[in-house]
Design a protein around this ligand. Structure first.
Ligand SMILES: Nc1nc2c(ncn2[C@@H]2O[C@H](COP(=O)(O)OP(=O)(O)OP(=O)(O)O)[C@@H](O)[C@H]2O)c(=O)[nH]1
Length: 199
C-alpha cells in the first residue's frame, strides 16, 4: 500500500509539476500567516535560505498533523535582490516597478521544500538559482505587465519563466524547476529512495 502524498500548497504550478511527473497528490492549503512569520524571522536577522526553509516546514507540519501517515510536502520561495527580500507584487504598478528595479541586474530565487510525516520533518532541501535580467525597455516592461498581469500576479518575481517571462533574462544559473517554485529533482529523488514512488 503506497504512502499518501499531500501537497500543502496553493501554488498551481507545484501541483502541475508533481502531477506531470506521474504522482497522485492531494492538495491541502495550509492556513499560515506567512507575512507575520517572515517579518519575525527578518527581525531576528534570519538569512533568506532559513526563511524559505522555516516557512516550508511550517506549512508541511501544519497539514501533516492533520493527515496521519501521509508524506506532506510544504514549499516556499523567496526572491532576494539587492540585499532585500521581495514579495509578490500586489498590483500591476508594483510589478512594473519591481521589474524596472531588477532589469540589467542579478537576483536570486530560493525554493525550499520540506517533507513532514505525522508532524515531524523527514527531508528538506533549499534550491537556489541566480537569474540575470536583461535591461528591457520601459515600453517593453509596460506592455509585458499589461499582457501578463493575470498570470504573473501569483509569481514572486512578477514573471513566469515557462511563459513570456523567459524573454526577460539573459542568463539563468540553476535549475529550471527551482525557478518555477520547487526543487523537483531532489524531491522526486528522495521519494524514490524512500520507496514512496516507483524508481
Ligand atoms: N508558474 C510559475 N510560478 C512561479 C515562477 N516563479 C515563481 N513562481 C511562483 O511564485 C510563488 C512564490 O510564492 P510562495 O509563497 O512560495 O507560494 P504560494 O504561491 O504563495 O503558495 P503556497 O505554497 O500555498 O505558499 C509560487 O507559487 C511559485 O510557484 C515561474 O517562473 N513560473
Amino acid at each position: 500500500m503506497s504512502v499518501p502524498i499531500v501537497l500543502a500548497s496553493g501554488s498551481q504550478i507545484r501541483a502541475t509539476l508533481l502531477r506531470n511527473a506521474g504522482l497522485e497528490v492531494e492538495i491541502m492549503r495550509p492556513r499560515v500567516d506567512e507575512a507575520a512569520v517572515k517579518q519575525a524571522l527578518l527581525a531576528e536577522g534570519a538569512p533568506p535560505r532559513d526563511i524559505a526553509d522555516a516557512l516550508a516546514e511550517l506549512k508541511a507540519r501544519k497539514i501533516s498533523e492533520k493527515t496521519p501517515g501521509a508524506l506532506v510536502i510544504g514549499c516556499d520561495q523567496v526572491l532576494e535582490f539587492d540585499g532585500a527580500l521581495l514579495s509578490k507584487p500586489e498590483t500591476p504598478e508594483a510589478a512594473l516597478d519591481q521589474l524596472r528595479q531588477m532589469r540589467g541586474k542579478r537576483h536570486r530565487l530560493l525554493s525550499a521544500a520540506v517533507i513532514c510525516r505525522d508532524g515531524r520533518p523527514e527531508w528538506r532541501h533549499v534550491g537556489q538559482v541566480r537569474l540575470t535580467m536583461r535591461a528591457a525597455s520601459d515600453a517593453y516592461l509596460q506592455a509585458y505587465v499589461a499582457r501578463n498581469w493575470d498570470s504573473i500576479r501569483d509569481a514572486v518575481g512578477a514573471y513566469k519563466l515557462e511563459e513570456e517571462g523567459v524573454r526577460l533574462f539573459t542568463a539563468i544559473d540553476g535549475d529550471y524547476f527551482t525557478v518555477l517554485g520547487m526543487p523537483l529533482l531532489e524531491l522526486l529523488n528522495f521519494l524514490m529512495l524512500r520507496g514512496a514512488i516507483d524508481s
